[in-house]
Write a protein that binds this ligand. Structure first.
Ligand SMILES: [Zn+2]
Length: 238
């Protein structure tokens, strides 16, 4: 089991924008780390209420559906806890309010490791969703320095009793400049199965499997024995 310095299981906090983001960005890593004994918490900043093209869709019903889907997907991967902050989908801005909300969650969960996404990733093959960039920026701004100083958002300490916390390991998913690969070959199916729980979003799971097999294949693995990786920019903070 992976334990932190005080002997408890290592805690991992995943902060991302929408239901299904954790599975797409880092589902294999989450499954692997949960299997290794880490306690995983998801914090989704929205409930995905704009995740449909049909103008007849009720946003509140969609959000309720997606919350259920996200909890089911998390259960597939062994995630211990799923939190929703209920900001409006499509409207995330990395302002002080969002930073305070994420700082509060970091001080409550007190993780050893945080996973978020790359705020500098505007586009590669696709245009990156503005909510993803805002979620990444707010989370990094919360890790350093807001979560670790009682002088930032003093009401969190003075009124809510939330002690500052230093997070030492940050894994940035969807990175422009990856410096770390995690082998998730043994957890590729778990990632796919978890993605399959997002039925409101994913209609062609077989097609998605083929795309992920291409995107996640370790270029150094032999063609007849492919291995699959998830890439991160890992930060080690003092
Ligand atoms: Zn998303």
């Amino acid at each position: 089991m992976s334990t932190s310095k005080d002997g408890r299981p290592e805690r991992v906090l995943v902060v991302l924008a929408h239901p299904d983001d954790p599975e797409f960005f880092c589902g294999g890593t989450v499954a692997r780390w949960a299997a290794e004994g880490r306690h995983i918490t998801y914090c989704l900043l929205t409930r995905g209420d704009k995740g449909a093209d049909d103008p007849g869709v009720d946003p509140d019903e969609l959000a309720a559906t997606r919350e259920i889907e996200q909890r089911q997907a998390a259960a597939v991967l062994g995630v211990g806890e799923v939190l929703f902050l209920d900001h409006a989908d499509g409207s995330l801005v990395a302002d002080l309010d969002l930073r305070r909300d994420v700082t509060r969650i970091i001080r409550q969960v007190r993780p050893d490791i945080i996973i978020t996404c790359d705020p500098s990733n505007y586009y590669s093959l696709f245009i990156n969703h503005s909510d993803h960039r805002a979620a990444g920026q707010a989370t990094l701004d919360s890790v350093w320095p807001a979560a670790r100083s009682a002088l930032y958002f003093p009401e969190l300490y003075q009124e809510e009793g939330l002690e500052p916390v230093k997070v030492h390991h940050v894994y940035i998913a969807g990175p422009v400049h990856p410096n770390t690969s995690i082998d998730v070959t043994d957890f590729f199916d778990a990632k796919l199965n978890a993605l399959g729980e997002h039925k409101s979003q994913i209609k062609d799971l077989d097609g998605l499997r083929k795309r992920l097999e291409e995107r996640m294949r370790d270029p150094h693995s032999p063609p007849d024995a492919p291995r699959y990786i998830e890439r991160f920019n890992r930060l080690e903070l003092g």
